[in-house]
Design a protein around this ligand. Structure first.
Ligand code: 5GP
Length: 210
């Protein structure tokens, strides 16, 4: 089979547990890599520059846009977020499945630029569960929680444009579902053109002998 990395775009309502699921994927399997985004939002408590995000000023972020250092960017609840180009390209070339944990506008832009990208939307089992998880995190004030729930309602509008809906009931099950999708994507004929051509070449020997 071809050794091509899959470009995975993971989105989900804020609080749906994406971050935990991504960490678990990286822990369970070693052929995945995570893209670290640049953002102009302030670090949350415990977040480290270069680990959760590259934290930038608006000026720095605009420079990155101008220098074509981002493959996509979007605004979300008043801040800029964008995906640095270099790391993604390196990891794909090395055959790793690269995960972009980004919101919907960015996801749809990626799909336009990279039609082979696999868009997955992680959903909580229901809306109340989403609110509970957001509050349980305890890192945001009430106004921010409400803004995020309102945005979630807006985002649910575009979800049918994703390739897959993955329910996050437990982290383990959600992780496994994502991995199974990736395994299936790797088996797509369109992702195995080299393999197909090689077999064709090998088979020619037989037809020539007829
Ligand atoms: P948070 O502030 O909660 O870390 O992220 C807010 C939203 O921005 C999430 O939906 C997250 O997936 C999204 N996001 C993070 N990085 C990027 C990025 O590089 N590009 C885009 N388009 N969205 C991002």
């Amino acid at each position: 089979m071809d050794n091509k990395g899959i470009l995975i775009v993971l989105s989900g309502f804020s609080g749906a547990g994406k971050g935990t699921v991504v960490k678990n994927i990286l822990k369970e399997y070693n052929d995945y890599a995570l893209s670290i985004s640049a953002t102009t939002r302030l670090p949350r408590e415990g977040e480290v520059d270069g680990r959760e995000y590259f934290f930038k000023t608006v000026e720095e972020f605009k420079d990155m846009i101008a220098n074509d250092e981002l493959i996509e960017y979007a605004q979300y609840v008043g801040n800029y977020y964008g995906t640095p180009r270099k790391y993604v390209e390196e990891q794909l070339a090395a055959g790793k499945n690269i995960i972009l944990e980004i919101e919907i506008q960015g996801a749809l832009n990626i799909k336009k630029m990279f039609p082979d990208a696999v868009l997955m939307f992680i959903m909580p089992p229901n809306a109340k569960e989403l609110e509970n998880r957001l509050r349980g995190r305890g890192t945001e004030d009430e106004a921010t929680i409400m803004a995020r729930l309102a945005r979630a309602s807006e985002e649910s509008e575009g979800v049918e444009q994703y390739d897959y809906i993955v329910i996050n009931d437990t982290v383990e099950e959600c992780t496994e579902r994502i991995h199974k999708i990736v395994i299936a994507e790797k088996m797509k004929a369109s992702n195995n053109l080299n393999f197909i051509n090689n077999i064709r070449e090998e088979l020619k020997v037989y037809s020539e002998g007829e």
